[in-house]
Design a protein around this ligand. Structure first.
Ligand code: 5GP
Ligand code: MN
Length: 308
């Protein structure tokens, strides 16, 4: 246990999503607004433009500093492999803390606060903060984390507590309609086009219980998007009425795809993801897999069918 903390480092997982960015920036803004003696750095890989409005987002560092942190905090990250560019800061730190809500969390830090039932990492973080020290900037970030990981309060991980925390954040006068529209639902025209492509490529498998689709490099090039701009595609597939599972894969290397799985009520996709070296939640999980589209879909159908 380090007392007299002077230097704090913060990071989240690679390809940061709304919960990751929201949680990291909530903690950053909380510390700098309440503890002026503490020097704090926040590290994240490229953050999407939809988060540009967050207070102090311009302070995010993309390269690790040669600093020895008294405490290094990792948020929304189940597995140390997923803090890749900032691993050095973690390894050199005097003590480490992990705040997370992934059921697949490996409890890798010195202190792990992991609540798999929580809607979001932001919700877990809220439980650790002194409510009287939360200002509007922090409230905005916590709200962002919650709406992104609950799909705006609709996933089964949303609880009464989630809604109560969101309500408290609203009391800080945050512009929640604009936060929801601009950070969650908004997409570029290129993203609209690639979504159309993914929907067009989709197929029903396994007696229509699985909807599967893919995006290859050629599709990304054609639409002018990169693989960081495909968030939201799998959720659109999941909305198809007959299916239990949506499986979306996108190319990350010549012979490798990123797999995104979502389920509605029966299939535990986190166990499938963990089997292949990934992780996530019961209803939303992911991993990387080598092979062709055909071989990957074949494996996925086999694994999903075991649970249906
Ligand atoms: P997505 O399908 O949106 O990429 O991810 C869904 C969930 O699974 C997220 O909570 C994410 O953190 C987790 N996840 C996705 N890919 C991986 C992975 O490669 N490894 C681990 N450990 N978790 C992943
Ligand atoms: Mn999360």
């Amino acid at each position: 246990m380090v007392i007299n903390v002077k230097n704090v480092g913060i990071t989240g997982h690679i390809r940061p999503d709304g919960d990751c960015v929201g949680s990291c920036m909530a903690l950053y803004n909380y510390i700098i607004s309440n503890y002026e003696d503490i020097c704090v750095d926040v590290y994240l890989e490229d953050v999407g433009e939809e988060f540009n409005f967050i207070t102090n987002i311009d302070k995010v560092k993309k390269e690790p500093l040669d600093k020895i942190y008294d405490v290094f905090v990792v948020l929304d990250c189940s597995d140390l492999d997923r803090i890749a560019p900032f691993r050095k800061c973690y390894d050199n730190a005097k003590s480490t803390v992990c705040v997370d809500h992934h059921i697949s969390n490996l409890n890798y830090a010195d202190k792990n606060i992991v609540k798999p039932d929580a809607s979001s990492c932001a919700q877990v973080l809220f439980g650790l903060l002194d409510e009287s020290k939360i200002n509007k900037a922090v409230a905005e970030c916590i709200y962002i984390g919650i709406i992104h990981d609950t799909g705006v309060f609709k996933y089964s991980s949303t609880s009464k507590e989630t809604m109560e925390i969101a309500g408290k954040m609203m009391e800080h006068g945050i512009d929640f309609t604009s936060i929801i529209d601009n950070s969650f639902y908004m997409r570029t025209y290129a993203q609209t086009k690639i979504l159309g492509k993914a929907i067009g490529n989709s197929k029903l498998l396994c007696d229509d219980k699985i909807i599967a689709s893919y995006i290859d490099f050629e599709h990304m090039e054609e639409c002018g998007v990169n693989n960081k701009q495909l968030g939201g595609v799998v959720e659109q597939l999941r909305l198809t009425n007959c299916v239990e599972v949506a499986a979306f894969i996108y190319q990350v290397n010549i012979d490798e795809y990123k797999v995104s799985l979502r389920s509605k009520s029966i299939v535990d996709v986190s166990t499938i993801a963990m089997k292949f070296g990934g992780g996530g939640h019961i209803r939303a999980a992911g991993f990387n897999m080598k092979g062709t589209k055909e071989s990957i879909f074949e494996t996925l159908v086999e694994e999903i069918a075991k649970q249906l």
